[in-house]
Design a protein around this ligand. Sequence first.
Ligand code: CP
Ligand code: NVA
Length: 330
Amino acid sequence: MPVNLRGRNFLKLLDYTPEEIRYLLDLAHEFKRMKMAGVPHRYLAGKNIVLLFEKTSTRTRCSFEVAGMDLGCGVTYLDPGSSQMGKKESIADTARVLGRIYDGIEYRGFDQSIVEDIAKYAGVPVWNGLTNQFHPTQMLADVMTIEEHFGYLKGINFTFVGDARNNVANSLMVVSAKMGINFTACGPKELWPEESLVEECKKIAAEHGCTIRMTDDVKEGTTGADVIYTDIWLSMGEPDEIWAKRIALLKDYQVNKELMANAKPEAIFLHCLPSFHDTKTTIGADIAKKFGVNEMEVSDEVFESKQSKVFDEAENRMHTIKAVIYATLC
Ligand code: CP
Ligand code: NVA
């Protein structure tokens, strides 16, 4: 059956079938080819979109802005301090107002229920630009990058190392289950994903001939992997006071040369970014001073290595977000 996503929200990948995800990936590859060839694609001229950010961003904001502008849309960015939302106006009221003015709404913020509520009231497509639970646009870029590198997704052995119950890890488990990727979460038991989500993903994975597993053993979790992925140890919205605890829990799960040596020789390294791989950021420098840790979730050596495809991945955020905007607004 032909895929038609016009008018749909993009809130989490659990709502999308593998065929729909495939359609978005094909569209993203096509938009990338067009962009590279300098072929204009202002298919949505006359439409307007608004980007609502309650947390900071570089990639997601810029990708939505450039993707929207390439498609010919007008784009408004609202930062955490510059809208009435939450302080003087409820989520429901904000959504109903923005839905009258714009053709699509992107939201980055806290609980998943907020973006689900916006979608309930907006009357126009709503796109999740990251919540505490999920980061679905990131996943499209991640699997696009894997596909560009290996040429296929089914049967890829994928290991997420670190804080395996954060938004990125949750979403990676979902997209893996849907696209036939063998997913391993490798981290301390305290940071494994919620049991209910694991069970749901295991059921989906069984339908698509792949597996979902959890382990706290680095050797077991990373041996034979095609893709090693990690994310920061403390996500936006989590209190700074727990840095010490998190570092203690995760220090043995740093992606470094020794860990990468367990994976296949042709394995790649991915990270959603931003990353603490050195002390060239204020937080990185502060952590180094307080805890003596100069590199956190990934060593600088791996981050800068040939196996690292993190900047291809970052670029693909724009092409995949363009596919989502186009498919839902066209
Ligand atoms: N990966 C990602 O979402 O990056 P930003 O926080 O910069 O948007
Ligand atoms: N887990 C990270 C992802 C950043 C893109 C966070 O939520 O801060």
